[in-house]
Write a protein that binds this ligand. Structure first.
Ligand code: ATP
Length: 395
């Protein structure tokens, strides 16, 4: 963990929040590479579960909802953790809306799910979806955790990717199994080490107040086996409490759909991914650290360098290649700092899969070296075929 935390700070992934004032427990700020990594993860999730499907609708609801939402959802009464002396502490963050005597108490949302439930009627009226269908949302959630800890694992402000999948009550088991497979498929796709993931069937006494069945998908973090994401059968609990229903076209009856909820924390996925990707080997008698991230997820796909920074003909050539790759992939860097070995080590540490170097042979034969992060091996590739070469590798 120490190595990951220090790499994240050194290389600009994650910083302790408001650090110059001593930080604030449970809050973190995300640097350039951290934002890129999170964006790639969110894009991959959204592509798979929204864009590639016909039965899913996107949503971006407000962070502060009418406080009645949290009464009817059961959070005011039940979203608590026990304090040491046994007193129950509600972990919802309180705030107030409006000025002076008009100010009304409110909460920062502790989950994105309720934003979806309270928009159920809007989604149905706007898009007329047939059951089963889902609504997906990515966004911040806030919990005043009694003991935030383990870096970005347990924070007070974090980000969730949640799906509420609405089904007919009698079909919940089928779709529960279906989503179990889909979620496991996605975490494998993005590169989380499957050997470190275990399923825990959550016993009734430990389940959230709304759930009739929950599986916690746990990850073997260095601080123990802990929840990475959850899959819950929320029954018709939420829609019923919000007095929402659905006209079933098949039977012409009004019903209350049941809900299967795959709920993922972006930050916990980032941590599991970094732990899965973190690698060390020995190169030239030195320990080399590299992140074995997939090209789709890595913050930077390729870094272009001139072999020497004081040779204008090499720099010019490298800049031309850089501009072309940047136009094609966006996530491309130019680096002419220090010597080439140092540049490779810097890119290895942030998980860049390919480094492209322009040297003197480039000027005569139009080829560059492409270095593979994991093997450290270099290959000479024609500049004219570079985009195609990288494109094939990335796919
Ligand atoms: P835990 O038991 O670890 O407190 P939870 O069961 O309360 O988690 P859920 O309410 O199921 O968590 O939230 C869905 C997902 O949101 C979790 O699987 C996790 O990935 C993420 N999450 C929950 N709380 C936090 C937190 N404090 N910091 C970061 N991510 C969190």
């Amino acid at each position: 963990m120490e190595k990951i935390v220090s790499l994240c700070k050194r290389r600009g992934f994650v910083f302790p929040s408001s650090e110059i004032y001593g930080g604030l427990a449970g809050f973190y700020d995300w640097g350039h590479y951290g934002v890129a990594l999170k964006n790639n993860l969110k894009k991959s999730w959204w592509n798979k579960f929204v864009d590639a499907r016909r039965d899913m609708f996107g949503l971006d609801s407000a962070l502060i909802l009418n406080p009645k939402v949290w009464e009817f959802s059961g959070h005011v009464a039940g979203f608590s953790d026990p304090l040491e002396d046994g007193k129950q502490f509600n972990v919802m963050f309180k705030t107030s809306v409006g000025a002076g005597e008009e100010a009304t108490p409110a909460y920062l949302r502790p989950e994105t799910a309720q934003g979806i439930f309270v928009n159920f009627k809007n989604v149905v009226d706007s898009f007329h979806p047939k059951l089963p269908f889902g609504v997906a949302q990515i966004g911040k959630a806030f919990r005043n955790e009694i003991a935030p800890r383990d870096f970005i694992f347990r924070q007070r402000e974090f980000e969730q990717m949640e799906i509420e999948y609405f089904v007919r009550g009698k079909e919940w088991e089928k779709y529960f199994e279906y989503w179990r497979g889909e979620m496991l498929g996605w975490i494998k796709e993005v590169g989380i080490d499957q050997k470190k993931v275990q399923e825990l069937e959550v016993p009734e006494k430990d389940r959230a107040h709304y759930s009739k069945r929950t599986i916690d998908f746990e990850f073997d973090y260095p601080f123990g086996r802990k929840e990475l994401f959850g899959l819950a059968y929320r029954t018709d609990f939420d829609l019923k409490n919000h007095r929402l229903e659905y006209l079933d076209e098949e039977t012409k009856e009004k019903i209350v759909p049941h809900v299967i909820e795959p709920s993922l924390g972006v930050d916990r996925v980032v941590l599991a991914l970094l732990l899965s990707a973190y690698s060390e080997d020995v190169k030239n008698k030195e320990v080399r650290v590299y992140l074995k991230l997939k090209p789709q997820i890595a913050p930077v796909i390729a870094c272009v360098s001139p072999l020497l920074k004081n040779k204008p003909e090499l720099v010019k050539y490298a800049e031309k290649i850089f501009s072309e790759l940047k136009r094609e992939y966006g996530r491309v860097e130019f680096d002419d700092n220090g010597n080439i070995g140092k540049r490779y080590r810097r890119q290895d540490e942030i998980g860049t899969p390919y480094c492209v170097t322009v040297d003197f042979d480039t000027l005569t034969d139009g080829t560059v070296t492409v270095r593979d992060r994991d093997s450290g091996k270099q290959k000479r590739i024609k500049v004219s075929g570079l985009i195609q070469y990288l494109g094939e590798k990335i796919e």
